[in-house]
Design a protein around this ligand. Structure first.
Ligand SMILES: Nc1ncnc2c1ncn2[C@@H]1O[C@H](COP(=O)(O)OP(=O)(O)OP(=O)(O)O)[C@@H](O)[C@H]1O
Ligand SMILES: [Mg+2]
Length: 438
């Protein structure tokens, strides 16, 4: 309170002095008679006053939350050491918008909100302080529904982006805006629609408790891959469902897609994939190329099911091949997308887990799962929401390439949408011959 009043006083004084200065400079000795000068000072002070009243909580926030540094320095002639507080000044509040107005309308409709506060310090700004106090800041300002992201701007400025992702939206709400066809669409994040570059894809491990939204997210990923531009770079897509479910079976009539639900067939399939991988790797070595041109995807719904099979030999044989693919597949363009409710050493050997570098964490209360995204504490501070409280479709996506972690709300795909899209792709990419579907 005291600091804010002091800042108000200094702002008024500074503004008045500047106006007087300008008038003296222009008018010389005549300035006392000039009524306009008083008028200007008055108007400017009123404007400053209004700004302070309207932004009171933003201006006083750094002091209320102790977000300032104290610097030791010598006074004139070095007679006495003094500690001075260099205040973090509130600059302005700004809404965060994309360049597309139409998209902004959609964001508004589905309940996505974003705005940013900018702060400045003459000496240096302490970004970590803001990150550490993210939760307190949210409580102090009363933005309980929001998540905060702290972004430094040079050394002396910081931008606090407050964002609220929608709790629910449908795939069709955003499908028309998916502008970058050569990318995998993940959902909505702080920066709006989030994509992963198709050319830089790696293996994915997706975990979360039952009903968290993993299978739904798998459909979202598959539709990006089936997108015309991406599909050209696809060699094969294997869909493996050992739970005997029908979730993935509906894709089986689309070209390049193959559905496997039997563990023995899986073992044979992995043999073929490993052989194929070795051929690709050999040809890459011969041609001195670092990465294959085409992708083969292996989608596993519930990879944990392998460990529950009693036949130890078969399990080990599968894990051995999966480990090979996890280690060498990326260069050969053979990518694993593994979905699981829980991951630990008993469910999936760590050699496989360690090589699935992109990770997606849906709602979970298992520490084993949370550790997959590492830095549990760090995470909590940054996202100000506990993973065990995530609603359906909410996840944290860790990009295996950059290690960046972002919070994403994935779109909901209902059965009607799912079947409509699958029909569309069946027409676009029919199976070429009967052999393909075996
Ligand atoms: N992005 C989403 N937005 C809203 N609701 C969702 C979303 N994803 C899934 N749901 C809802 O949650 C239900 C369960 O989702 P899903 O089948 O994807 O869970 P799961 O994680 O695959 O569970 P399991 O591990 O049991 O297979 C869906 O039927 C749907 O109603
Ligand atoms: Mg599922």
């Amino acid at each position: 309170m005291f600091y804010t009043l002091k800042q108000l006083f200094w702002s008024l004084l500074l503004a008045s002095s500047i106006v007087i200065g300008i008038f003296v400079f222009i008018d010389g000795s005549e300035f006392y008679k000039n009524v306009n000068m008083y008028m200007m000072i008055f108007l400017l002070d009123i404007a400053i006053f209004i700004r302070f009243v309207r932004n009171w909580k933003y201006i006083s926030m750094p002091y209320a939350q102790n977000l300032y540094g104290r610097f030791l320095h010598n006074t004139f002639l070095g007679l006495r050491d003094r500690r001075t507080v260099f205040l973090d000044l509130f600059l302005f509040k700004k809404s965060v918008k994309t360049s597309s107005n139409l998209l902004e309308v959609v964001y508004k409709k589905i309940g996505m909100q974003r705005f940013a506060l900018y702060y400045y310090n003459f000496i240096a700004i302490n970004k970590e302080q803001y990150e550490k106090n993210a939760e307190k800041i949210i409580h102090y300002l009363g933005y309980h529904q929001f998540t905060i992201s702290v972004e430094p701007i040079f050394r002396k400025m910081v931008r606090l982006v407050f964002y609220r992702l929608p709790h629910f939206y449908r795939y069709f709400d955003v499908i028309n805006f998916i502008q970058n066809p050569y990318g995998i669409f993940l959902g909505l994040g702080k920066d709006g629609l989030i994509y992963r570059d198709f050319a830089k894809l790696d293996h994915h491990l997706i975990v979360g408790e039952t009903g968290a939204g993993k299978s739904n997210f798998m459909h979202v990923l598959l539709f990006s891959i089936l997108n015309r531009k991406c599909f050209k770079s696809v060699d094969r897509i294997y869909l493996i469902d050992l739970k005997g479910g029908i979730e993935l079976k509906r894709y089986e009539n689309i070209n390049k897609m193959k559905f496997v639900y039997d563990i023995k067939k899986l073992d044979e399939l992995l043999n073929d994939i490993v052989d194929q991988m070795n051929i690709i790797l050999k040809s890459l070595r011969e041609k001195n190329i670092r990465k294959a041109q085409k992708y083969t995807f292996i989608f596993f719904d519930e990879i944990g099911a392998i460990s529950s099979y009693p036949d130890k030999k078969l399990r080990e044989s599968i894990f051995r091949k999966l480990a090979l693919i996890a280690m060498q597949g990326r260069a050969a363009g053979i990518l694993i997308f593994a979905f699981a409710q829980k991951i630990d050493n008993t469910i999936l050997p760590s050699i496989i887990v360690n090589n699935l570098q992109s990770r997606v964490l849906f709602k979970t209360s298992s520490d084993h799962n949370i550790n997959l995204i590492d830095l549990k504490e760090n995470l909590r501070e940054k996202f100000t929401m506990e993973i065990q409280d995530f609603q359906k479709g909410r996840c944290i996506y860790k990009d295996g390439d950059t290690s960046e972690k972002i919070m994403v709300q994935t779109p909901y795909i209902d059965d009607v949408t799912l079947n409509t899209l699958i029909n569309l792709y069946e027409k676009n990419y029919p199976k070429l011959c009967a052999l393909e579907s075996t």
